[in-house]
Design a protein around this ligand. Structure first.
Ligand code: 26R
Length: 822
């Protein structure tokens, strides 16, 4: 007999089949014979969500009962990717569900492909937050991820005539089965207005904030299940709404449009993700977004805390709040405000709690990407926070004055307020002063933070600084995206590596096994053939799976140097034109990535890639030895397809510019070799896999600095390197732009006369290194050895390792086992 409970929780094929039918009928309201593929996907998603709910509720109940210490990850972005396949894998019911679904005449893979991914992030930072949520649950750490439920995530990218066109991402249009709205837990957030002082009933002198308007935040919760554990943590995203849908005062005065203004503005706050990983100067709405989700989250924490504790005195003992870059750093001032104005703490006690609650991760070295907000905007939107920040700064600088007497330079460099011209609030300074720990995301990055960007803070409190090298989750980036490789590995070394990635070392025993290398190559070939089919379907280009797949997927940025990759392609093309019988290793160059809509040069790079692709494709003398493909709309879903299919991973940023990179790790874990500079986590990847298994080129960070200091002149390279000059001239001449010599002029001139990212200085070294890659690939046995060794030595780059380090050294949080009731 099947009891009702089983239909919601049972994991065997028969129960799942029943549940699917049930959800289709009673949730989707569809008869099986009329159901669309999406109806079936939804029915399956609800079936799986039911199975998560029991674990989720038990997890939350356990946390409450045990009064645990919890980490709270504040992030403006969570780029989680599709949920269905990962939940199946983590629950351990992929096979049962596959069977249940196929009995209804369907393919599970097709239903999985139906899911629209939530694109609630730009790139690295947002995706890292998602990997960390996965690891937190898998390691059974009590955690909440707080962010914004953008109605429109990162835009969808189309390519028209070689140019990027942005399309609104309507990810919610068919509903989101993974979230649960909790309107009963809404909170209110103030904006604008003024502050006043008053004396309370006990004669205490206090401040209060009389806002201009108040916005309501409604939480939407999504369960994040760990791998083969019962822990399901919560990702809580806030949606903004107006407090009253109409302003009745205005409405009654006949001002109908004025009355809806407030509603429209309130709802705009969580409307859309800013698609920049570039500074967005003075966009008020972006600052409102940041404060909105941070205030909602801190109020939520306080409410949960007071539910379990008599006061907030021990707040910092129960919560560790991680600031994912400076985007949520206004939280430092907001927690002070809540403690002082609302909960009547005195300054010193509030400051002690605040400083011991927060920790700050920096994700970028680009000076232009360091957030600062004009005082004029900040003070108008948050008058009370402005007062608090002034007070924090005043007390902070008072201490500095004693440590560094008569050093005005020091004072103005450290100040939270930038007073060198127009006044700004420096968000990184607020984060540094208000946190107990500060970290970078790769060894080199942390060193550069200490030496350069945050040098004065490092001198002041060296004990706060540490490195936490990024990692990625092997559940999504190997098990889910690369089942064939997963099977091959597991067949040899068992499945422990999925939770203990260092165990991949065991693969080293098989590098000399010719049979293993053979099947390794066959698997890679099959995956490449799948991708080739997909490429043909998507963009109508035929690519040959036996060619070297050379892949660069990431946001388009000058510092990431996609155009250096193009210079290599044009160099090969130019050589083949001059010497049609030249023996080169046939390659397929695959690009993917979005450009910020306002970033002209990045958009021009996309156009250049597409233009070069077209010319090469239409040149019969090339005979398929070179192919260039730009795949539109790079996202998590496509990443899962492309990393497993790559032979070569392009990690070619100017040394000292890429904080860490995480794509570099995903490629390498899937058996692709890296060509890269000594930048970000590349350095540590090379250290792990061994210098002989990594294609290194380019200037080091020190050399980059030295060259800049000595007055870098790209023209010298242009004039002294004949091949380089020929390549740049070919692009500049209009050869790839139907004779239009003006189209790529800005790009070419920028390289010859300016070259801020030193492509020309690294050009020859890159070309030579690529030649080595080509030769190495010709020896397939040798290449397979290197690929296997790469995978075997990637243990360090699991996000489980990163999260363990955060837990031990910053959060001081321990796992809590979740037992399901029987
Ligand atoms: C201030 C502002 C508009 C802004 C600047 C930069 C907004 C967003 C960004 C993107 C940054 C923070 C980002 O994504 N950085 C990336 O973080 C990854 C995870 O740590 C790193 O791997 C990657 O090197 C880094 O560029």
């Amino acid at each position: 007999p099947i009891i009702i409970e089983d239909d919601r929780t049972g994991l065997d094929t028969e129960t799942i089949r029943r549940a699917l039918r049930d959800n289709l009928l009673y949730i989707q309201g569809k008869l099986p014979e009329l159901a669309s593929k999406n109806d079936l996907y939804m029915a399956l998603a609800y079936t799986i969500r039911d199975r998560l709910l029991q674990r989720w509720l038990t997890t939350q109940q356990t946390y409450l009962k045990k009064d645990v210490r919890t980490v709270c990850y504040l992030s403006a972005e969570f780029l989680v990717g599709p949920h269905l396949a990962n939940n199946l894998i983590n629950l351990g019911i992929y096979e049962q569900v596959q069977k249940a679904v196929s009995e209804s005449g369907l393919k599970l893979e097709e239903l999985i492909a139906q899911e629209e991914e939530p694109g609630l992030g730009n790139g690295g930072l947002g995706r890292l937050a998602a990997c960390y949520l996965d690891s937190l649950s898998t390691l059974e750490i009590p955690a909440i991820g707080y962010g914004i439920r953008y109605e429109f995530g990162i835009f969808d990218q189309e390519i028209h005539d070689g140019w990027q066109v942005e399309i609104t991402d309507k990810w919610l249009q068919y509903g989101n089965p993974w979230e649960i709205a909790r309107p009963e837990s809404s909170v209110e957030v103030k904006f604008g207005g003024y502050t006043e002082s008053y004396t309370d009933e006990n004669g205490n002198y206090r401040s209060r904030w009389i806002p201009d308007y108040v916005v309501k935040g409604i939480p939407y919760d999504t369960p994040i299940l760990g791998y083969r554990v019962n822990t399901a943590n919560t990702m809580r995203l806030w949606k903004s709404e107006a407090c009253e849908s109409f302003d009745f005062g205005r409405f009654n005065r006949g001002d109908y449009y004025g009355a809806v203004d407030n509603k429209v503005h309130s709802e705009n706050i969580s409307k859309v993700l800013y698609p920049n990983d570039e500074p967005i100067q003075g966009k008020e709405l972006r600052l409102e977004q940041q404060y909105f989700f941070v205030s909602c989250s801190l109020q939520d924490l306080i409410r949960i805390h007071l539910y379990e504790n008599p006061s907030l005195d021990n707040f910092h003992q129960k919560w560790s709040v991680q600031l994912n870059d400076t985007h949520p750093s206004v939280g430092v001032a907001e927690l002070m405000r809540l403690l002082i104005d609302v909960h009547h703490f005195d300054w010193d006690k509030a400051w002690f709690i605040t400083q011991n609650t927060f920790a700050y991760t920096n994700h970028t070295l680009l000076p232009e990407a360091l957030e600062k907000w004009p005082l004029s905007i900040f003070g108008r939107l948050f008058p009370r926070l402005m007062e608090i920040i002034y007070e924090i700064n005043y007390r902070f600088l008072d201490k500095i004055r004693i440590i560094y007497p008569h050093d005005d330079g020091k004072m103005s460099r450290l100040s939270i307020i930038d007073e060198s011209g127009e006044k700004y609030v420096r968000m990184a300074h607020l984060a540094c002063v208000g946190s107990q720990a500060i970290n970078g995301v790769a060894a080199l990055h942390t060193e550069l933070l200490k030496k350069d960007v945050l040098r004065d803070f490092y001198e002041l409190f060296p004990e706060k600084f540490s490195n936490k090298t990024n990692g990625v989750t092997p559940r999504r980036w190997m098990v889910s995206s690369n089942p064939r490789l997963t099977f091959a590995i597991t067949e040899k070394i068992g499945e422990n590596w999925i939770k203990h990635l260092e165990d991949l070392r065991g693969l080293e025993n098989y590098v000399d096994d010719g049979g293993f290398r053979d099947s390794w190559r066959r698997i890679k070939y099959d995956i490449k053939a799948d991708l080739a089919n997909y490429i043909d379907k998507k963009v109508g280009i035929k690519v040959d799976p036996s060619t070297l797949f050379d892949v660069q997927v990431k946001r388009i940025h000058e510092y990431k140097r996609q155009h250096l990759n193009v210079l290599h392609i044009v160099t090969l093309y130019h050589r083949l034109k001059n010497n049609p019988n030249l023996d080169i290793t046939p390659r397929t160059f695959i690009f993917g990535g979005k450009a910020a809509p306002g970033y002209f040069m990045a958009k021009l790079i996309i156009k250049l890639i597409n233009s070069v692709a077209e010319v090469i494709d239409n040149d019969p003398t090339i005979g398929g030895r070179l192919k260039v493909v730009f795949l539109p709309d790079y996202n998590v879903t496509f990443g899962q397809r492309v990393y497993p299919a790559a032979d070569l991973s392009e990690q070619i940023s100017t040394a000292g510019k890429e904080a860490s990179g995480t794509g570099n790790m995903k490629f390498s874990m899937n058996g692709s070799l890296t060509i890269g500079t000594l930048d970000g986590a590349n350095i540590e990847i090379r250290e792990e896999v061994g210098a002989e298994n990594f294609f290194l080129f380019g200037l080091t960070t020190e050399e980059v600095y030295a060259k800049k200091a000595a007055g870098y002149n790209p023209q010298e390279y242009y004039y002294h390197n004949e091949e380089l000059r020929a390549v740049l001239d070919l692009i500049g001449s209009g050869f790839f732009s139907r004779g239009d010599s003006s189209l790529f002029r800005p790009l070419v001139d920028n390289l010859i006369y300016n070259d801020p990212y030193m492509l020309l200085a690294d050009y020859q070294s890159y070309i030579d290194c690529q030649e080595g890659v080509g030769w190495a690939y010709k020896d397939q046995e040798h290449w397979s050895r290197l690929a296997i060794l790469n995978v075997a030595r990637m243990g360090k780059f699991s996000s489980d390792r990163s999260i363990r380090e955060y837990c031990e050294e910053i959060w001081r949080i321990q796992p809590v086992k979740i037992e399901l009731p029987d």
